[in-house]
Write a protein that binds this ligand. Structure first.
Ligand code: SF4
Length: 250
């Protein structure tokens, strides 16, 4: 089976545990205002690669991938979930740790079983929750967050380990109440293993210029790192309070 691939990276340090081989899938239906990979949006772009070609690349750098494994990110990997499922199935047969890094945007609770083949070969899912408010999520990404929150619940219900990622953007996801509400939601996820809170940066800006697309967050400054630390503390407080008092959960 072949998939449409944006690029690969042989020494990823921020895409799951340890040092990882990272596959960036081509194509994404979201339009997050802070996206730093607009060149991955086009579903007709990228190059075709087979699962075997990717695993051959993995094997060539296996010696360097300490305590890591294989991460598939994007773009949006769920657009090619059959391909990712086959890749992960083969990877697991070789004893490789598998991590899916996704926005969850294509998940539908009514068709949840279509995601089972992939989830059954994921050791870890890293899921972005971009905004806990549905209204604000639509403004930030062009999509509802309802199915994404459903996907988080579904992943956990299948017993798959979950890392949640959240980007703090000045003026968009920087309110205490939003952070706290996100933490309350996380209490619904029994397989939650980590929460990554990342400060917004504008390093993708140059790609917008190269593609001739207006940068949507022109004028928004990068976030100071200590605000991301504060956000994480509030999220964890929301989580802790909700676990102590389940009636606070949504
Ligand atoms: S989901 Fe990821 S790749 Fe897609 S627009 Fe958002 S940040 Fe960019």
């Amino acid at each position: 089976m072949t998939g449409r691939i944006h690029s690969t990276e042989s020494f990823g340090t921020v895409d799951g545990p340890g040092i990882r081989f990272v596959v960036f899938m081509q194509g994404c239906p979201m339009r997050c205002l802070y996206c730093h990979n607009p060149d991955s949006w086009d579903i007709n772009g990228g190059t075709m690669m087979s699962t075997e070609e990717i695993l051959d690349e993995y094997e060539r750098c296996r010696a360097f991938l300490k305590n890591g494994g294989l991460t598939v990110t994007g773009g949006e990997p769920l657009l090619q979930k059959e391909f990712v499922a086959e890749l992960f199935k083969k990877a697991k047969k070789r004893g490789i740790h598998t991590c899916l890094d996704t926005s969850g945007v294509t998940f539908l609770k009514e068709r949840a079983e279509e995601f089972d083949a992939l989830l059954s070969v994921c050791d870890l899912v890293m899921l972005d929750i971009k905004h806990i408010s549905d209204e604000e999520h639509k403004k930030l990404t062009g999509h509802t967050n309802k199915n994404i929150l459903d996907f988080a619940r579904y992943i956990s219900s299948r017993g798959v380990q979950l890392w949640i990622r959240h980007v703090v953007v000045p003026g968009i996801t920087d309110s205490r109440s939003e952070w706290y509400a996100l933490g309350s939601f996380l209490a619904e996820l029994p397989t939650l293993k980590a929460v990554d809170v990342l400060p917004y940066h504008d390093m993708g800006r140059i790609k917008y210029e190269a593609l001739g697309i207006e940068y949507p967050l022109a004028g928004t400054p990068p976030l100071e790192k200590d605000i991301a630390v504060r956000a994480k503390n509030v999220i964890l407080q929301g989580l802790t309070d909700a676990l102590k008092n389940p009636s606070r959960q949504k």
